[in-house]
Design a protein around this ligand. Structure first.
Ligand code: SAM
Length: 230
């Protein structure tokens, strides 16, 4: 009886050790994979640092979008205005960590094709659904809901994009827009507002949103959080 117990005990220990050992390479492998894909994105961004020529966001603004997505663990993102994909790469990189995906839209075929090549080279294509379409129409056809939106296309349409997309934004979600400036108070009312000033005034007027220009952005990233209880 004593011998049976002894062998049973040893057997259980061996099984436990084998089970533990079999998980170790798994962890190592997934950590390794993560490092490889991070390295691929970093390498691509570093190669492209001074090469973005298609109205792309500056690096500082890409980082702001990345940080907002990570901080809030957003997963369902939409971009209006892909161009060749600089901002999309910063957002998709963040979404690759939160388990999310980005839909991005562009109507210029040349820029759209270049963006596809860039997404592949950065190793982020599996996180991006890039559409070649007119955003004026697409925003009304989208059936998805979003928790993060970035508007960076035709400035005089910003307010229309916001009106079409706000009903698709989850409570606690965030809508951001590029090249937005606060209307200069002294001149307000004495001249017609630009598209982005009108957008800013509109977002400020909505009680369910908290809107500000991000303090770290020189090009004007407007950030509007939708309150959680709305
Ligand atoms: C400022 S660039 C976007 C830059 C991009 N976010 C980046 O950082 O790489 C604006 C893009 O919006 C596209 N665009 C303008 N109006 C559009 C529309 N109605 N539908 C789709 N794309 C549009 C333009 O062709 C242009 O490539």
């Amino acid at each position: 009886m004593r011998i049976v117990k002894k062998y049973l005990g040893t057997g259980i220990i061996i099984i436990l050790v084998v089970l533990w050992a079999s998980t170790v390479p798994c962890y190592a492998q997934s950590a390794g994979k993560e490092r490889t894909s991070d390295e691929k994105v970093k390498k691509f961004l570093s190669k492209m640092r001074n090469q973005w020529r298609d109205f792309n966001v500056p690096e500082a603004d890409g980082k702001i979008l990345h940080e907002i997505i990570i901080k809030n663990q957003y997963k369902k993102a939409l971009e209006i205005g892909t161009s060749t994909g600089h901002s999309a790469i910063w957002m998709a990189w963040a979404l690759s960590k939160t388990g999310g995906r980005l839909i991005t839209v562009e109507f210029d075929e040349g820029r759209y094709r270049q963006a596809l090549a860039n997404f592949q080279e950065a190793g982020l294509d599996k996180y991006i659904d890039a559409r070649l379409a007119d955003a004026h129409q697409l925003v009304h056809e989208l059936r998805e809901r979003f928790d993060f939106i970035f508007i960076d296309a035709d400035k005089d349409w910003y307010t229309n994009y916001a009106k079409a997309l706000i009903p698709k934004l989850e409570p606690g979600g965030c809508i951001t827009a590029h090249n937005v400036e606060e209307p200069r108070a002294a001149l307000k009312g004495r001249y017609s507002l630009s598209g982005t000033e009108e957008y800013y005034e509109y977002m400020k007027s909505l009680p369910e949103f908290e809107t500000r220009i991000h303090p770290k952005s020189r090009a004007g990233v407007a950030v509007s959080y939708k309150k959680k209880n709305k």
